[in-house]
Write a protein that binds this ligand. Sequence first.
Ligand code: SAM
Length: 217
Amino acid sequence: MTTSLLSRQIEDYTERYTTPPSIVLAELNRQTNLKRGDAVMISGHIQGAFLQMIAHMVRPKQVLEIGTFTGYSAICLAQGLQDGGHLHTIEIDEELEDMAAEYITKAGLRDKITQHIGPAADIIATVPGPFDLVFIDADKQNYERYYDLVFPKLSIGGIIIADNVLYDGEVVLPIEQQSKNAQAIQGFNNKVKADKRVQHFLAPIRDGLMVVRKVSE
Ligand SMILES: C[S@@+](CC[C@H](N)C(=O)[O-])C[C@H]1O[C@@H](n2cnc3c(N)ncnc32)[C@H](O)[C@@H]1O
C-alpha cells in the first residue's frame, strides 16, 4: 500500500507548509522506520498533524483508537484532550505494546492514554463511552463491524475518522479487480454514505480519511 496518492513534489510541499512534528513524534517515526518492516502503517507527519488539528477542534473528553501500532496517532489525538480527558487505544499485537508505551511516556501522556491489548471487537465492548472522537485504523475487513460497535457509544456531534478509505486508489477499480481489503473498504464507504444519522466528508489525505459526524442516534 502506498503512503500517499499525491505526487512526491506535492507531498514535499505539503510537508514544508505543515507544522513540523514534535521531537518525540519525529523520533518515533524514525525508530518505527528503522525497526519495523511494516512502518508504512504509521500515520506520519501530514496525517498526524491533521489528526492533531481535528482533536484540538473537537476538544474530546474521551477518545477511542482502534489500531495503536507504535503509538504515533494516539499521541497526536491525545494532544487535543480536555483537562481530565482520556484516550483508549486498542492493539492486537502484544509485541507493539512496549514501543508504544515508551513513546507515550516520552510524550508525557502516560496518565492520559490506556493501552488495551487484544482483538478490538472484544475490547470495544469493555470500554465505556461516550466517545467524542474515534479513530478506526485496524483490519479493513472489520471496519463495518467497528462502526456498528462504536456508533452507540459515540456522543451526538462526535466524530469518527476511518483511515485508508481510498485503499491505494483501488476503490475506483471495478469490484472484480479490487483486493478483498479494498472490497471491505468499499462496503464501509457505502455504509457511511447510506447512513442517514451522519454527515461525512472523504478527505483525500494520504490514503484517504473518512470523517463522519454523528447527527442523530
Ligand atoms: C495501520 S496500523 C495502525 C497505525 C496507527 N494508528 C498509527 O497511525 O500509527 C493497524 C494496526 O491495527 C492492528 N490490528 C489489526 N487487527 C486488529 C484487531 N482485530 N484488533 C486490534 N488491532 C488490530 C495491527 O496490528 C496494526 O498495528
